[in-house]
Design a protein around this ligand. Structure first.
Ligand SMILES: NC(=O)c1ccc[n+]([C@@H]2O[C@H](COP(=O)([O-])OP(=O)(O)OC[C@H]3O[C@@H](n4cnc5c(N)ncnc54)[C@H](OP(=O)(O)O)[C@@H]3O)[C@@H](O)[C@H]2O)c1
Length: 314
């Protein structure tokens, strides 16, 4: 957590930061600004409640796991302000991500007024008491009174934590509950849990290269009315190695995509069972790029097929 001196230093830097974002954003978004301003943010409902969420959220693994310093906080503050400026709301973290929860909390404490946030973290330990203590610590670190979503990280001791989370939800201590996995791990067990348990959210990997989730996870989530939060949308950044120096295809223009990042995010959003996608970045210009996928048309079946054809031919 930041000390008082560091927070004052950060607060002093914020007006400069805001000016920096505005100037940096202007050339990058000038062409798209009219569309983005005219268009509403793309949203999807959480099936269990009908609450609408902006389709692009953000992850914090590695990107926000940095030591507290005024410089790091100013940089992360600029990334988060670019997120909020483009209608972002959903922030996903975990105690597994080192200091990430604390850095998100430091920035949120420094913002006045504080923007609306859909705060999501995970429980990642073994044992009932350990899980409760960890979730309480996460709330302090991330500066939230009550999490919107707590998910069980990678199915770790899931029976124990699910019992606690159901009780917390019934008592109003958390709004939504869920479970996560990534890159194909434990899909069979996750499917079994999704069939039996009253989950609001499930989180797993899905991107234009890793399409395993199409086989069972996405259809089952749709059938059971479970919201999906998609991690690793860029396959941890490795998708960009394939598209370097490659021109965008015509279908990108139809969808208002001016970068491969927007192309990858919109391809994911073209699946009807996807609720929300959480790319992670430590850079303001990448955040501004990612947030453009929060606006404009999303691909239909023909366009998705064309996007996949183009990508696999690279
Ligand atoms: N089991 C789980 O619960 C689980 C597992 C995995 C992930 N997650 C969650 O999902 C989030 C996302 O997954 P991830 O972080 O593994 O991978 P990712 O979002 O697929 O990729 C992140 C990488 O993409 C780069 N990037 C971001 N935006 C870009 C852009 N517009 N252009 C070019 N490069 C860009 C980032 O680098 P720069 O920083 O340089 O932009 C970073 O190296 C995580 O942060 C975490 O919150 C959860």
């Amino acid at each position: 957590m930041l000390n008082r001196r560091q927070i004052l230093h950060l607060a002093a830097a914020l007006p400069l930061l805001q000016g920096g974002i505005a100037r940096a954003a202007a050339p990058a978004t000038a062409a798209a600004a009219a569309d983005a301003d005219a268009d509403a943010v793309n949203t999807r409902p959480i099936p269990s409640s009908g609450e609408l969420l902006p389709v692009i959220g953000m992850g914090t693994s590695q990107t926000f796991d940095v030591a507290a310093s005024p410089e790091a906080l100013a940089e992360l503050g600029a990334v988060l302000q670019a997120f909020f400026a483009a209608g972002g709301k959903v922030i996903d973290s975990s105690p597994m991500y080192g200091e990430a929860e604390s850095r998100v909390g430091d920035v949120l404490r420094s913002l006045s007024p504080r923007p609306p946030v859909f705060a999501a973290t995970k429980v990642w330990t073994r044992g009932r008491e350990e899980g409760i203590a960890q979730m309480q610590t996460s709330a302090q670190r991330m500066a939230v009174e009550r999490f919107d979503l707590i998910a069980i990280h990678n199915l770790q001791d899931w029976r124990t934590h699910l019992a606690t989370l159901k009780q917390w939800q019934a008592e109003g201590k958390v709004r939504y509950i869920g479970i996560t996995t990534s890159h194909g791990r434990n899909h069979e067990e996750l499917l079994d849990i999704m069939r039996r348990e009253p989950l609001d959210f499930v989180q797993f990997s899905y991107n234009i290269e890793d399409r395993v989730a199409e086989q069972a996870l996405l259809p089952l989530a749709q059938e059971r009315g479970i919201a999906t939060m998609i991690n690793r949308p860029y396959q941890r950044g490795s998708l960009f190695a394939k598209t370097r120096d490659q021109a965008l295809p015509d279908v990108a223009g139809e969808l208002g995509c001016s970068s491969w990042g927007q192309f990858f995010l919109k391809w994911i959003l073209g699946h009807p069972a996807v609720t929300n996608v959480i790319p992670a970045t430590s850079r303001v210009h990448h955040m501004q790029d990612n947030m453009q996928a929060n606006f404009g048309p999303l691909p239909d079946g023909r366009q998705r097929a064309e996007m996949l054809r183009v990508f696999t031919a690279l």
